[in-house]
Structure formats: structure tokens, C-alpha cells
Design a protein around this ligand. Sequence first.
Ligand code: NAP
Length: 337
Amino acid sequence: MTNMIDQSRIPKRRLVSGKEIPCIGMGTFGSDRFTSEQVSSAVAGAIRCGYRLFDCASVYGNEDLIGKVFADAFADGAVKREELFVTSKVWNDMHGAGDVLKSLKKTLEDLRLEYIDAYFVHWPFPNYHAPGCDGDARNPDSKPFSIERFMSVWRQMEEIMDMGLAKNIGMSNMTIPKLEAVLPLCRIRPALIEMELHPGFQQPELFGYCVREEILPIGFCPIGSPTRPERDKATGDVSDIEMPEIVEIAKAHGVHPAIICLKWAVQYGAVPIPFSVYENEYTGNLRCVTEDPLTDDEMAILKTIDKNCRLVKGQVFLWEHAESWEDLWDLDGTITK
Ligand SMILES: NC(=O)c1ccc[n+]([C@@H]2O[C@H](COP(=O)([O-])OP(=O)(O)OC[C@H]3O[C@@H](n4cnc5c(N)ncnc54)[C@H](OP(=O)(O)O)[C@@H]3O)[C@@H](O)[C@H]2O)c1
């Protein structure tokens, strides 16, 4: 318990419902590098060091082992259910009629929970790829975004909230044109949105849009995902932890550049969800939000190093006639069809 961080020192954010959530959480995507056992034992350690927000997803393939960790932590009194904020996501192959409820039920069974604190639509397309497939592979069944298809999934999301199985619902990997199209159609609006966010990819327009719409931005790949799968790496990608300005500020604070990325994210107003299986890293990641903030001058420097460099391009979700991964992100300001 020596590494336990006092909850009162961890800043909180407020959802539109008024519910508080911690300003930082832990990601659970072990990618191709870590086993489910390694990820779930990191979750166990993270609960004990004071994490209360965990970002899960059915496609990460480890919810069953994480569920065992949660059950053990509740049983031994390390944490109470209501103190945790657990998220999960419906995968792209579960967008059909009735599939969202089916998917959430499986997630709840695996996580051994009666409800999820937030359930996300992982990607706004029904497009999926075979695990481990080549980065340029295209599934002939893949389709471009359609408002009708998305809303049929969202109606199911609204229903699981009506049923009390999800306390909040959210979207992920969205763009402003897509949000502008679907938000007016929502009976229950998203309370949170997951988006890629790190100093080299600050997404100021989308971030600002979400804040104005009272949708809390959860930032994934907050350290620039230095160990993401090879299929997600491309020539010209930024490496946040090697950016000279970040390295310099890290030296001034006597910390690893990863810590500067996390401090930046929290002070920017996001909720970063860094991943690590190493106790020294995940403990440091949580502790860094409780001490030694970046100065206004440092935040101003970091604002200038945005390279608008998306790392998770999503090219495996492209449909047959799409030209490039940019088609997923509506770069010309309209929904790419
Ligand atoms: N909604 C979505 O579509 C989506 C997409 C991607 C990710 N996510 C979520 O976001 C989470 C985080 O994204 P991510 O795992 O891709 O990227 P990330 O958190 O930016 O990077 C994770 C890597 O950073 C390194 N790291 C972590 N803490 C460190 C520290 N204190 N010092 C030095 N290095 C450190 C670790 O490398 P080593 O292992 O080498 O130490 C770790 O593997 C995922 O786990 C997942 O939950 C969501």
C-alpha cells in the first residue's frame, strides 16, 4: 500500500450529468505485446495504487480476466463498485439489430459487473478486420459512414441506458462533420467522447467542439502510443516522447517525457488513459497529476508543437473504393461517402 495515492489529490472532471470522474485513467489495450494476464495484473496493481477509471473494450480480448480482478478487489475491500468508473466499447462487428445489448451483456458478464459506467461505440462504422491482418488489407464488406446506420446503433445505445445497464453512453473516433450530423438526432446525447490526443496531435477544433457541446473528451494514446502495433506505424509519424521541447521540459521537471505528455493532457482539459503494465510507470502516471504542474509558459510551448499527426489512422477500416485513410476523418469538412 506504500504506493497508494490519496484520492482527494486526484483532480476530478464532471460529466454533464454531474457525475465526477477522475482526470486520468488506465488503458487496457495490451496490443500484440502483452498477454491478458499481464494487463489484468496491471489493473489489479493500479486499483491498489489509486486508479479508479479503467478503459476497457471487448475487442481488447481481456475483459474476462479484468473482471476477475474487479471481483477480487470488491471482495477483499480494496475498492467498492461505486468508486470505480469502468468503460467499455461495442466493436464494429456488433452494429446489427439487437447486437449492442448482446455485446454489452457479454462485456458485463466478463467484467462481472451489473452495469457499465460508460459504453462507447468504438468506431462509427460496421467495418472490421481479421485480428493481426495486414495494415493495407480491406474487408470487401466495409462501408463508408452512414447517418442511418450509425443512428441505428445509437438507438440501441439509448436503450441500454434506459435499461440502466449503461450509466452513460459515448462515441469514439468521431469527426466534427459526423457529430454535427448525428447530435441533433440523439434522444440521449453522448456524455463522453474518445479521441486520439497527445501533444503532436492536439485536435483543437474537435476538442473545443466537444467541450462546447458538454461532451467530455477522453484522450487515447496520450503518450503517442510509442509501442503501438506495426500496422499503425507510418513514415513521418511523430514520436511525442522524443520531441525536443518535451524532452527539454521533462529534464526541467526531472521526469520521463511520458509524464510531460500526461500533465499536458490533464491541463489541456482532457482525461488521458495511458497504458502500461509496469508498476513504476502506471504509478508515476497517476501520481504526476497530483504534483508539479506545467507552468503557463510550458503549456504555451507545448501548444506550438502540435504536428496534426494522427497515429491511429484506421486504414484497416477503409471500404473498397476509398482512396486513403484520410477518407475516414472527413478532412474536407464534409462526411466522406
Ligand atoms: N477508442 C479507441 O479507438 C482507442 C484507440 C487506441 C487506444 N485506446 C485506449 O487508450 C489506451 C492508451 O493508448 P495506447 O496504449 O495506444 O498508448 P499510450 O498510452 O500513449 O502509450 C502506451 C505506452 O507508453 C509507454 N509508457 C506508459 N507510461 C510510461 C511512462 N511513465 N514512462 C515511459 N513510458 C511509458 C508504455 O511503453 P512500454 O510498454 O514500452 O513501457 C506503453 O506501452 C489504450 O490502452 C486503450 O485503452 C482507445
